[in-house]
Design a protein around this ligand. Structure first.
Ligand code: 15L
Length: 273
């Protein structure tokens, strides 16, 4: 697949989706928006629960590709994560298989590898997109599951997926950690566009995992696989470093944000059911 026409965007009410809604149409994608509730600013949007397999299948019918941002995007009870993220993503892949959709782009997360130690400062080492899963929360566990689900459907059913292990996708970096993990809105759209359109032929796997950050001076992550699918980042969190450091001060090297990819997520307790 080279140029998808209609793209289902799940989780269309969320922050990352807002950046994509503003940018993907100009890159040639016609969006079909979906979320658990109707979108006030998009009367044609679909509203359904990812736990409902029939509704998911109907939403997927006739699209060329899916960008899956839906589900819970923070730590939550296992039961909530199980429904929205684990069952929800399973329903999505089953729907995609049944409806013959060839390409899925999944919003993965740094929290699938959150317990990965950061490279020693000044070492010049970077963490690749092949870093083994080390989930840091129930949420991260569901993102690890989504990667494995994509792998199963690639091998067994030939469905192509690019999983983007997103760092921190916000308008601006909000913490010292985000000077390393930031994915700017513009770069997010550029990376999703590449993930939708790149031919996933060898040496690229039918399920390709890429790291999702901007060209940050303080990056911990290597972007070579993202570049191999055509991503050309244009932003660097360093532009905000002075502002961020003036607010938060430099990070103590012993702070968890300076030790592990997932930062404070590695210490989060799930909310009580
Ligand atoms: C994520 O996966 C979350 O969805 C987002 O809200 C941020 O917290 C981000 O990770 C992060 O690690 O900064």
């Amino acid at each position: 697949m080279t140029e998808p026409r209609t793209v289902l965007l799940t989780g269309a009410a969320g922050g990352v989706a807002a950046h994509l809604r503003a940018r993907l149409p100009a890159l040639g994608h016609r969006l079909r928006l979906a979320d658990v509730r109707p979108l006030a600013d998009a009367p044609a949007s679909l509203a359904f629960d990812l736990r409902d397999p029939d509704a998911v299948r109907e939403a997927v019918r006739g699209v060329d590709a899916v960008v899956h941002l839906g589900g819970i995007s923070l730590e939550d009870t296992f039961e909530n994560i199980l429904g929205a993220n684990v069952q929800g993503t399973y329903h999505l892949y089953e729907a995609v298989r049944a409806e013959g959709v060839r390409r899925v782009v999944v919003a993965g997360s740094n929290h699938a590898v959150g317990f990965t130690p950061l490279p020693a400062p000044g070492s010049g080492d970077l963490i690749g997109a092949d870093a083994p899963q080390r989930p840091d929360t129930n949420y991260g566990l569901s993102k690890a599951f989504a990667e494995n689900l994509a792998s199963l459907y690639a091998d067994r059913h030939g469905i192509e997926t690019v999983t983007i292990r997103i760092g921190s996708c916000f308008e601006e970096p909000r913490s010292v950690r985000m000077l390393s993990t930031w994915l700017s809105p513009g770069d997010c759209a550029r990376l999703v566009h590449a993930a939708l359109t790149a031919p996933l032929a060898p040496p690229l796997a039918r399920h390709t995992v890429v790291n999702g950050i901007s060209a940050n001076t303080r990056a911990w992550w290597d972007l070579s696989t993202a570049r191999a699918i055509g991503y050309r980042p244009q932003d660097d969190a360093e532009e905000y470093a002075e502002k961020v450091l003036a607010v938060h001060g430099p990070l103590d090297p012993g702070h968890v944000d300076a030790r592990l990819i997932g930062g404070h997520f590695t210490e989060l307790e799930p909310p009580r059911a």
